[in-house]
Every structure is written in C-alpha cells, then in structure tokens.
Design a protein around this ligand. Structure first.
Ligand code: SF4
Ligand code: SF4
Length: 86
C-alpha cells in the first residue's frame, strides 16, 4: 500500500504484479456496494472507507469500479488473472 499523490484528492494505491487498485477516500462513503459485488472478497470497509484487503485474490472483473456510484475505486491491470505473478 502506498500513497499515490497525483494531484488532489488523495489516491491510495494497492499493487500486485501488473495490477493496481486505486481508492479515493475522499469520494468513498463506505456504502459497501463494491464489497458486496466483489466475487473474491478482496475488499473490506474499515473506518467507513473501502480498503483493499486481499489484492492477490483479485480477478480484475471490474465489478467494484463499475458498481461504485462515487467513482471512488479504480482497477488498472491487464485483465488477465495472475498477470505479474511469479
Ligand atoms: S462502492 Fe464506492 S463509495 Fe461505496 S464503499 Fe465502495 S468505493 Fe466506497
Ligand atoms: S476487480 Fe473484481 S475481484 Fe477485483 S476487487 Fe474489484 S470486484 Fe473484486
């Protein structure tokens, strides 16, 4: 986990291989929609904000990004499960 300071608002990056999941705490209202739709239980709500808890399990289905009503989560990757893994 690292802070990705590409302008405002703050973007939090979680990385695994070629996969990067960005969360934007300022936009996230902790509604849990992304957590509900994630088929691999990658995401959790912690202190009313989304948290990328198990990025290694992400299959890049994009459901979290597509379902979030506040554009608070982005998935950047190759779209191939396991890309970047050794
Ligand atoms: S769906 Fe969006 S606003 Fe709701 S918890 Fe997930 S990232 Fe936050
Ligand atoms: S892309 Fe799919 S598997 Fe990965 S965190 Fe989002 S909903 Fe979960």
């Amino acid at each position: 986990m690292s802070v990705d300071k590409k302008g405002d608002p703050e973007r939090i990056a979680a990385d695994h291989g070629d996969l990067r999941i960005i969360t934007i705490p300022r936009y996230c209202k902790g509604c849990g929609i992304c957590v509900t739709f994630c088929p691999k239980s990658v995401l959790e709500i912690q202190s009313f904000k989304v948290h990328v808890a198990r990025i290694r399990d992400c299959i890049q289905c994009m459901q979290c990004e597509l379902r979030c009503p506040d554009f608070a989560i982005e998935v950047h990757g190759t779209g191939k499960k396991g890309s970047g893994e050794k």
